[in-house]
Design a protein around this ligand. Structure first.
Ligand code: FAD
Length: 448
């Protein structure tokens, strides 16, 4: 291991204390000579929302962060069901393979949040610090301005401030989020409250209408989750960007599921008043670069790919981002000019693949609907789940970010040695003398 002396001091400000910000702080705390501070707007660090799925990809990164063993409880989700919400017909049953010792779970978002928090070194998080703007100070770094009229300076700002990111808005001024048409409502209630209803409610499952669904799942600790969605044409309907985790009346949700089975409507009726939260889903285009201001800004998690939770695994992606940034900084001895391009090379194609996937699936569904001509309610429901021709999603849900990192570095090392060979043929001696200590091959030894 190199001494601290070979790692110049780097001041890193992480904006946002969600899964991305906390995971990045944990990963960076293992790198020498990094002075990291997390700035979070909330008064108390707790997640709004209900449940969250932790699958193979998320377990992998939690393991690398040293957090996995602390995340206990939750409800095992080896079986996942899909139903027609009006008829109750089972449309699909997915039995997940037991590929690793840690089984997929649905747990409370607060459980993930508090587990991550317990691994962030003390004194690193500043609460009630709402970022309102950034200023590029050139070689001196970046100045952060907060709503309480205080300032901070950093060499690198990590934008982990979610889909409505101020960091992204500051550095990518023309970036625009648009309402997708989807509104999401989420709540938790005691599992006892619904025990007398359809026994299928005790297995994680979706109940679909053509443009709506309800999702039911136990989340462990005696709690049960409902996440409901409805889509309305965004060219006709709009939503406020501020609608994120706001309370909403029960009648609003119930009115969207009047054609659903009586037991589903009864479950919705049993939600205590005041406990539903509404989230308007916004999304934005793919970014061509996750870094800005000459490698002084980098985006992680939802701020970097505004896909509105499209794959139900965004917390996992955010934590993977944090892990990769830390590895890249360690590898490059805190040199942001080497580390951030590495981060980009690994994460940009991954997010690009997600955008391409969503695009091709949307086209496939639209084409199917066209072929059906005047499809019935049930045909439209089935079309939402079309499987034939669907791509395997193992590249995403089975992602092992540790292996991705190692393969990327090994690939870079091979490319580097080829370049060295070519250079030494063209300019004998020059490469060896100039670039000996910077060779990627050598740095790989530091990594191991
Ligand atoms: C309905 C729905 C269901 C989902 N289900 C799953 C799931 O099952 N599994 C999964 O892995 N993911 C799921 N996701 C996605 C997941 O919630 C997000 O991808 C994940 O939370 C992103 O983490 P993040 O840290 O990037 O951002 P966030 O979790 O949004 O955290 C951002 C943090 O930044 C803070 N912040 C924002 N602005 C500022 C500011 N100006 N100054 C300071 N602090 C600020 C916020 O208060 C917050 O704490 C779901 C998303 C949705 C919408």
């Amino acid at each position: 291991m190199a001494s601290h002396g070979s790692y110049p001091l780097l001041r890193i400000a992480i904006v946002g204390g969600g899964p991305g910000g906390l995971a990045t702080a944990i990963a960076l705390s293992k790198i020498p000579n990094i002075d990291v501070t997390v700035y979070e707007q909330a008064m108390v660090l707790r997640e709004v929302g209900a449940g969250i799925s932790i699958g193979e990809n998320s377990w992998n990164v939690l393991g690398l962060l040293g957090v996995a063993d602390s995340l206990t409880g939750g409800h095992t989700t080896l079986t996942v069901l899909q139903f027609n919400g009006r008829t109750g017909e089972e449309l699909h049953r997915f039995e997940k393979p037991k590929t690793s010792a840690r089984l997929p779970i649905r747990t409370q978002r607060t459980t993930l949040q508090s587990t991550l928090l317990s691994h962030v070194p003390q004194g690193r998080i500043k609460l009630q610090k709402k970022l309102i703007g950034l200023q590029d100070l050139g070689r001196a770094g970046v100045r952060l301005r907060f709503a309480d009229d205080t300032f901070a300076e950093a060499d690198l700002v990590v934008g982990a401030d979610g889909i409505r990111s101020i960091v992204r808005d500051s550095a990518w001024e023309s970036y625009e989020l648009k309402f997708t048409g989807t509104t999401i409502w989420r709540t938790l209630l005691p599992v006892e409250e619904v025990k007398d209803l359809d026994p299928s409610f005790q297995t994680t499952g979706w109940w679909h209408g053509p443009t709506t669904h309800v999702y039911f799942s136990p989340v462990g600790e005696g709690l049960w989750e409902i996440a409901a969605r409805a889509w309305q044409d965004p060219s006709v309907h709009s939503a406020s960007k501020k609608t994120w985790g706001v309370p909403v009346a029960n009648e609003v949700i119930e009115s969207n599921f009047t054609e659903f089975l009586p037991d589903i409507r009864e479950a919705l009726r049993r939600v205590p008043k005041g406990s539903w939260r509404e989230f308007a889903a916004f999304a934005g285009p793919e970014l061509p670069d996750l870094t800005a201001w000459d490698n002084k800004i980098v985006l992680v998690g939802d701020s970097s790919h505004a896909l509105s939770g499209a794959f139900g695994s965004g917390a996992g992606f955010a934590m993977e981002d944090g892990y990769v940034i830390a590895q890249a900084l360690k590898f490059s001895h805190n040199d942001v000019n080497q580390a951030l391009p590495l981060f980009n090379n690994i994460r940009l194609p991954y997010y690009s693949k997600m955008y391409a996937h969503l695009d091709s699936e949307a086209k496939r569904r639209a084409l199917n609907l066209q072929r059906l001509q005047n499809p019935s309610y049930d045909e439209r429901v089935r079309n939402k789940l079309v499987q034939p021709g669907g791509q395997s999603m193992q590249w995403l849900y089975g992602n092992h970010i540790g292996r991705v990192w190692e393969e990327h570095v090994a690939g870079a090392a091979v490319a580097d040695s080829r370049r060295a060979e070519l250079d030494s043929i063209r300019h004998p001696n020059v490469y060896l003398e100039e670039d000996k200590t910077n060779s990627l091959q050598e740095k790989q030894v530091v990594l191991a």
